[in-house]
Design a protein around this ligand. Structure first.
Ligand code: HEM
Length: 467
């Protein structure tokens, strides 16, 4: 049978049909479009307006008028299970200077994640289950002093879920509700789906909803499990100082959230005896936090050394924890054999830790090159536009010193950095515990490199700070 031609069954010309179709698509799009506070990543960036910026300048301390801001476009990258940890080597040749040491954070690089994401996830899950509010906590409002970090916690989990699903689409996917807000986030490599509380404001509105402490602590737990970082929320007080009002500090290694929560920045650092804080850091940090804009997140790196348990008593599931296999979670040493979360070998028991006192292990550890680790943090600071809370992300990396010693120029640079520490820095970094073994080992490795590679190799890796 011959089919009738299209022209013969249409009451109008086919060209008119195409135009009609196009017009109806445009009409549907216009009907469904709502002005979005957060524009999709592909659209142009909508920044805080001049009048909003003026409002911020005129605000009373402790009052933050929510501002319009959309996260700039995010470039997707590889599946983190195929990514190696970024090899930070943030120690320098020659004299040691205490400075803020900050640089701009590229928006693409807010959160770094890699193949160790699974082991960090299990360690954090175990810490949350066994330590409760010692590792995740949101403080309530303290009238006349500082507000709660509860709104910041909700805003943060939405920002993280959105960012991660765009940056690492193979590892994170989000589900959205009818109004387009994220309602849950899936972490594919660990086969977990986590529900998140409703957004802080409906799309297109700057009116923030009230948030309970329970909801905020739930949001904070989800944030903790999403990323390898620890997360602190800093809220401006009525005195203009920034208070540690909430966070998820699951893997700090050398300090405990319970000793610092609720304190302003200066007390956190003074009570921890951070070297030269009062002379070199206090004023510039104070100024920096008060003025920190939404549009300019920053990064800083630091480093320490950590002694971990010797190989023969380290838990045999170490290999599983470092691979994609799901470790059997029995106790701290099973899930975290290298003591990422709390360095018992260096600090003694977490429960009896003497905050503000020099490092004193319960038992003096046996130190050998194989149980020394470079512990280095990549810290990020970002002001959230709606709540005004400042998010402090602390991503910790542990690298075996034996591995570092094989890298061209690194053992010589590391030994030079250690020898340049002023006495207060040396004490703060617990050098007395590992100094002799470490320096002998590094000097030997540097000498071997010198014999093979010559003087040039000893000077620089050529990549520049912090590598
Ligand atoms: C620009 C911002 C900041 C700078 C320049 C800074 C600087 C420092 C420095 C120099 C240290 C010594 C260890 C190291 O070299 O990193 C330190 C330690 C520390 N900082 Fe900060 N910090 C900043 C932000 C924060 C924030 C927002 C928190 C919030 C919780 C914080 C909490 C701590 C803690 C808990 C320690 C360890 C103290 C201890 O050993 O008891 N820092 N900081």
């Amino acid at each position: 049978m011959q089919l009738p031609s299209l022209d013969s069954i249409l009451p109008f010309e086919p060209g008119i049909l195409s135009v009609a179709l196009l017009l109806s698509c445009v009409a549907v799009f216009v009907y469904r479009w709502k002005p979005a506070r957060y524009l999709p990543a592909q659209s142009s960036v909508r920044d805080t307006s001049i009048s909003e910026k003026n409002k911020l300048k005129e605000r009373e301390w402790g009052e933050w008028p929510p501002v319009t801001f959309s996260y700039p476009p995010v470039t997707p990258t590889s599946n983190p299970v195929n990514l190696k940890p970024i090899p930070y080597r943030p120690f320098r040749w020659g004299a040691y200077h205490v400075t803020m040491g900050i640089r701009d954070m590229p928006w693409d690089e807010w959160i770094e994640t890699d193949y160790q994401m699974q082991s960090y996830y299990y360690i954090k899950k175990h810490r949350i289950a066994t330590r409760g509010t010692n590792v995740v906590q949101i403080l309530p409002d303290r009238p006349g002093v500082v507000k709660s970090a509860s709104q910041g916690a909700i805003e943060l989990v939405h920002e993280l879920a959105d960012y991660l699903s765009k940056r690492y689409p193979d590892a994170f996917t989000v589900s959205r509700n009818a109004s387009g807000d994220i309602s849950s986030v899936a972490i594919i490599p660990v086969n977990a789906k986590l529900d998140i509380p409703p957004a802080l404001a409906t799309q297109g509105s700057l009116k923030l909803r009230q948030v309970s402490i329970e909801e905020a602590e739930h949001a904070m737990k989800v944030s903790a499990l999403l990323v390898q970082d620890d997360l602190a929320l800093m809220v401006e007080g009525t005195d203009g100082r920034y208070y540690f009002q909430g966070g998820a500090i699951c893997v700090p290694g050398f300090w405990r959230m319970r000793d610092k929560i609720g304190l302003p920045l200066e007390d956190i650092h003074i009570q921890g005896h951070v070297p030269q804080y009062e002379t070199r850091l206090h004023n510039s940090m104070d100024r920096y936090f008060k003025r920190m804009p939404v549009e300019k997140p920053i990064i800083r790196n630091n480093y320490f050394f950590q002694v971990i348990p010797p190989e023969d008593i380290r838990h045999p599931l170490n290999a599983a924890a470092q691979s994609s296999a799901k470790p059997i979670i029995e106790n701290d040493s099973t899930v975290d054999p290298e003591e990422l979360a709390w360095s018992t070998t260096t600090n003694g028991s977490e429960e009896t830790f003497n905050h503000g006192h020099p490092i004193t292990p319960d038992v003096r550890p046996t130190v050998a090159a194989e149980n020394l680790r470079l512990r280095t943090e990549r810290q990020t600071l970002r002001r959230l536009p709606l709540s005004g809370a400042i998010v402090f992300g602390i991503r910790t990396y542990l690298f075996p010193v034996e591995e570092l010693a094989k890298e061209p120029g690194i053992p010589a640079r590391m030994a030079s950095a250690m020898r340049s520490w002023p006495e207060d820095v040396r004490k703060y970094k617990g050098n007395g515990l590992y100094e002799k073994v470490m320096l002998e080992y590094l000097d030997k490795a540097a000498k071997e490199q010198l014999e093979v590679g010559g003087e040039e190799l000893m000077k620089d890796t050529g990549k520049g700070y912090p590598f």
